[in-house]
Design a protein around this ligand. Structure first.
Ligand code: AMP
Ligand code: MN
Ligand code: MN
Ligand code: MN
Length: 286
């Protein structure tokens, strides 16, 4: 096989989470689980946070696994939350670190407001409960609220909590303004990384709005899209493969693994990319 063919055939998983954000496993344990599952190129991409990367790199050195430094940045675009993954970043870049600190800074107030909103429908103590599930006090996510509400027996699983309480229009949802798309892509590029639109099928956008997202993303220097994602159906993969071809975007493959009982796809167990697409990891391994 050619070098390009060998790189394409690698088991790459370029999006997952550790306890530094809303994953269940410590950064080193994420890496060891990935290695056990046969992952050859892994990116740890915690929400708005890079503090797990040193531990993950140390673990990757002990395994035969290439760890790409990553992050998943929360962005507001057309009133929706959009996630932009940064791959191959310098995680000591001052502007990136300042930007991420600013995004994390908004989470505390948001968590307080979510807890107040839940109290209004009779659910008390949600913030304290969510905090017990958050290993990083700066990173309380809706996932931690959901886990708390499952642990109290109110709801059977986190998906049900999201459906009833934590999505737009539901009692525990509060509007929040994250980074702008331009800021997030700018921080990633400034840190030497490649910006990738995460799980594009998840956004509640019309086709026209989705095109606006990608127009703007490309205009500010974004280069990739998750074609294969743990959140995507086969139809979604086909749809975003078409988009990647049409826009000449690099394609990513991503489980978005958070934990064994919470994620539909385990580390490295995603479908393969359609063979004609340019795998983003080819650019990261150079
Ligand atoms: P946040 O960044 O605080 O808004 O939380 C978003 C996180 O919540 C996502 O990264 C997922 O981990 C989790 N999440 C979002 N929607 C769902 C859902 N429908 N079911 C389970 N987890 C979800
Ligand atoms: Mn998450
Ligand atoms: Mn996401
Ligand atoms: Mn994610």
């Amino acid at each position: 096989m050619s070098d390009a063919g060998l790189v394409r055939a690698m088991n790459a998983d370029l999006h997952c989470h550790s306890t530094v954000s809303d994953g269940w496993l410590l950064p080193g344990d994420v890496v060891r689980r990935a290695a056990r599952n046969g992952v050859e190129v892994l990116a740890l991409t915690d929400h708005d946070e890079v503090s797990g990367l040193d531990e993950a790199q140390a673990a990757a050195e002990a395994e035969s696994l290439h760890l790409v430094n990553g992050v998943e940045i929360s962005v507001s675009f057309l009133g929706e939350t959009v996630h932009i993954v940064g791959l191959g970043i310098d995680h000591h870049d001052p502007a990136l670190l300042a930007g991420l600190a600013q995004v994390r800074g908004g989470r505390d107030e948001r968590a307080r407001r979510m807890s107040e909103a839940l109290a209004e429908v009779g659910i008390r103590g949600a913030l304290e409960g969510a905090r017990r599930f958050a290993r990083n006090p700066e990173l309380v996510s809706r996932a931690h609220f959901a886990r708390h509400l499952v642990s109290t027996g109110l709801m059977p699983d986190v998906n049900t909590v999201f459906r009833h309480y934590l999505t737009k229009g539901k009692p525990g949802f509060v509007e929040h303004v994250w980074a702008s798309l331009d800021e997030a892509v700018g921080w990633i590029r400034g840190a030497g990384g490649i910006a990738v639109v995460a799980h594009p099928a998840r956004y509640r956008f019309s086709n026209a709005e989705l095109e606006q997202l990608f127009d703007r993303f490309v205009a500010c220097g974004g280069e990739g899209v998750e074609v294969v994602s743990g959140a995507h159906s086969d139809d979604d993969v086909a749809r975003f493969a078409t988009l990647a071809r049409r826009r000449g975007l690099l394609a990513s493959r991503a489980s978005d693994f958070h934990g064994e009982h919470e994620s539909p796809v385990d580390l490295g167990r995603c479908a393969s990319l359609p063979p004609d697409l340019a795998p983003v990891w080819a650019s990261l391994l150079r």
